[in-house]
Design a protein around this ligand. Sequence first.
Ligand SMILES: C[S@@+](CC[C@H](N)C(=O)[O-])C[C@H]1O[C@@H](n2cnc3c(N)ncnc32)[C@H](O)[C@@H]1O
Length: 269
Amino acid sequence: MDDAQYLEVKNQVNKVLSINLDYYKEEQMKRRLGSWLTRSGYGDWDKYFEFIRTSEMDLLKFRNFLTINVTEFFRDKERWGQLEEKILPKLINDLPNKNSLGDGLRIWSAGCSTGAEPYTLGILLNELAPSKKHYILGTDLDKGALAKARDGGPYHIDEIKNVSEERRKKYFEIEKDKAIFKTSLLKSIYFKEQNLITDIFENNFDLIVCRNVVIYFKNEAKNQIYKKFFDALRASGILFIGGTEIIPRPNEFGFNSFGVSCYIKEKNL
Ligand SMILES: C[S@@+](CC[C@H](N)C(=O)[O-])C[C@H]1O[C@@H](n2cnc3c(N)ncnc32)[C@H](O)[C@@H]1O
């Protein structure tokens, strides 16, 4: 795809879906768009955009493809082990000293897709500190994904492959290859539509989980988001990112490394 064509596609995507592709890595996006158009069977972008304007369902598919909302419960199991055994117990332990808005933890799953990540956090908190009143926020720019999150699915059975038998019984209703999360069990989870690049964040979080979201963004966009995460955390709050992601110089943002894929806010900048 040449530059002029990419510019035109970006304009159309912005118009039709309100997604600004300027923040996404260009070469990667061009390649993905090229193979998407080939698979769609439409020879050119004008015809493709004409088509998706008439089909709500295909518009949704295109949006899902662009924003890549693949997720699952306990995604990268080992990393969640670290959260369960080290990070969450530390944060819970800090609770009595904290000048908090409630008596439990404030946690944000940024780019939560269809909700597997905030529900995974909910399961862990329900087991580690069930008597506290926690606040778990899940945000995403994808309305369709958020609607599914609010409904607790249905998730494909593969999306709960890392969930133990005991937890499956307790937290899910399973029928054939579909699993529905019992949302009534965890009342402290809230979902909100939000664009990480352009919107204002809530603050005073103990933990921000942002995994497999900024990997598609250009460095400037990533850095801008890490700065905003720093501001949204309380002092000594923790940022938990994806298993393949890394913040090369965390100190520049006021973070220190705190185990694999974890960073702690050490000082107010
Ligand atoms: C691959 S999913 C990650 C889901 C979950 N965090 C996980 O690791 O399982 C990426 C999600 O980021 C969301 N996303 C992409 N760009 C975003 C933006 N600018 N603001 C908010 N969410 C965004 C997508 O809609 C998608 O649901």
